[in-house]
Write a new protein. Structure first.
Length: 199
């Protein structure tokens, strides 16, 4: 009976049903894979442990925004420890009356053998970056930021100044010279955790 019902469906309907079955069966498929082999958190992910915690970051007035911007960046290990999740919240000020927030995921792609970083921003921007990891005291992210209908090549170089401070410079690729041009400088300091009130 099911075969007859399937055979009389229109081709678009059958294709839609196949697509639906593919999506709905994905969790079951992944559970089957997991039953055979329990997934292991990539050890490379420990390279991002430096960022875990709460940071206060500042971008001076000479940055691309032309006004100084301050924000907090909270980074937590989440999703069964497979990802670091970042929550960036700009602070309201006279020069920044409409702060923009963002959410991001930082992880390691074991198949491609590089780190990945995806961020969704409250102004509609989207970041997709990759990195080969720390090289000494520097970590370089490179990829694109989508602004409205344009994909702009972006590079961020993070320099670890100390255990509790890092600086970051953002670059965009110049269309004419094809060279990286610095556009935003940022400094971040780790914030001390508030003492627990639990007795």
């Amino acid at each position: 009976m099911q075969f007859i019902a399937w055979s009389i469906c229109s081709k678009p309907a059958r294709l839609a049903a196949i697509a639906l079955l593919s999506v709905t069966s994905l969790p079951a498929f992944t559970r089957g894979v997991q039953a055979e082999q329990i997934p292991q958190v990539p050890p490379e992910l420990d390279q991002l442990a430096y960022f875990e915690g709460t940071w206060r970051c500042e971008q001076p007035a000479d940055s691309l925004a032309f006004e100084s911007v301050a924000l907090t960046w909270l980074v937590e290990r989440d999703l069964n420890n497979f990802w670091y999740v970042g929550y960036a919240e700009e602070m309201t000020s006279i020069s920044n009356p409409n702060p923009v927030n963002s959410r991001e995921f930082l992880g390691y792609d074991a198949a491609a053998r590089h780190f990945v970083r995806m961020a969704a921003v409250g102004n509609g921007n989207l970041l997709n970056l990759t990195s080969s990891g720390w090289q000494g005291e520097q970590l370089t992210w490179e990829g694109t930021v989508t602004v409205e209908d344009q994909a702009i090549f972006l590079r961020q170089i993070i320099t670890q100044e100390s255990e509790n401070q890092f600086s970051a410079t953002y670059f965009i690729l110049d269309d004419v010279s094809h060279e990286w041009q610095p556009v935003v400088n940022e400094t971040c300091e780790r914030q001390a955790q508030a003492p627990s009130t639990a007795e």
